[in-house]
Design a protein around this ligand. Structure first.
Ligand code: IYR
Length: 230
């Protein structure tokens, strides 16, 4: 093969079992404190922090290493206002215009969401993640991308985790439909808006729904695993 990647040695850290568990527990405690936030403080957040979260996202594994993500960072109040207005216009059709199917509406009821998306103007940054449905060569030829959803989803998971590590909050917001984000961000046709993230400090005194994590017995099915119980 002509275009083979060169291979290089890779030696990840190794720890004693107790240390592995200690680190795993510590990481779980950290991520378990993350919550989706809809009430933000208007306090400014250094751009460097957003950049670092995107750097973390940019380490995600991806189909054929095509890295099919793009993160557009919006900071100016005028563009944030346009995003808010466009998102609210769509959501009004969902919530007040009867566009949300009853089943979906029922699933959302406990979260008390609605068409007011004021937080999109309060949070100092809006980060729009785009998924590259296909790539383009310098000659404009389409290049097939593989596992785009999985790859971009993993990148976004790293993004929200990196923000949380820095003490910042976000919301995985998916105003529906979100084609308006491609227009406002002036992205080409091969990029599909994937998630809109307001980023900032959680508002002081803000609240989140009192949700529980799915019990481990439901999330984890150890199949033929010797748990050492008998
Ligand atoms: N996009 C709408 C509705 C919505 C959908 C889901 I799934 C949520 O978890 C929360 C909201 C909105 O932003 O209100």
């Amino acid at each position: 093969m002509e275009h083979r990647h060169p291979f290089v040695p890779y030696k990840p850290e190794r720890y004693e079992p107790e240390e592995m568990v200690r680190r795993g527990e510590e990481f779980h405690r950290l991520v378990d404190r993350r919550r989706s936030v809809r009430q933000f403080s208007p306090e400014p957040v250094p751009y460097r922090c957003v950049e670092l979260a995107v750097r973390a996202a940019n380490t995600a594994p991806s189909g054929a290493h095509q890295q099919p993500w793009k993160f557009v960072v919006i900071g100016d109040p005028e563009t944030r206002r346009r995003v808010r207005e466009a998102a609210e216009a769509e959501e009004r059709q969902n919530y007040e215009g009867g566009r949300l199917p009853p089943e979906w509406r029922a699933a959302l009821e406990p979260l008390e969401t609605g068409s007011d998306k004021g937080y999109l103007e309060v949070a100092p940054w809006l980060v729009v993640c785009f998924a590259e449905k296909y790539g383009l060569t310098s000659e404009g030829e389409k290049v097939r991308h593989y596992y785009v959803n999985e790859s971009v989803g993993i990148a976004c998971g790293l993004f929200i985790t990196a923000l949380h590590v820095m003490g910042l909050s976000t919301l995985t917001h998916t105003p529906n439909p979100m084609a308006f984000l491609g227009e406002i961000c002036r992205r080409p046709a091969n990029e599909r808006p994937y998630i809109l993230f307001p980023v900032g400090y959680a508002a002081e005194g803000g609240e989140v729904p009192d949700l529980a994590r799915k019990p481990l017995e439901e999330a984890l099915i150890p199949m033929y695993v010797n748990l050492g119980l008998s």
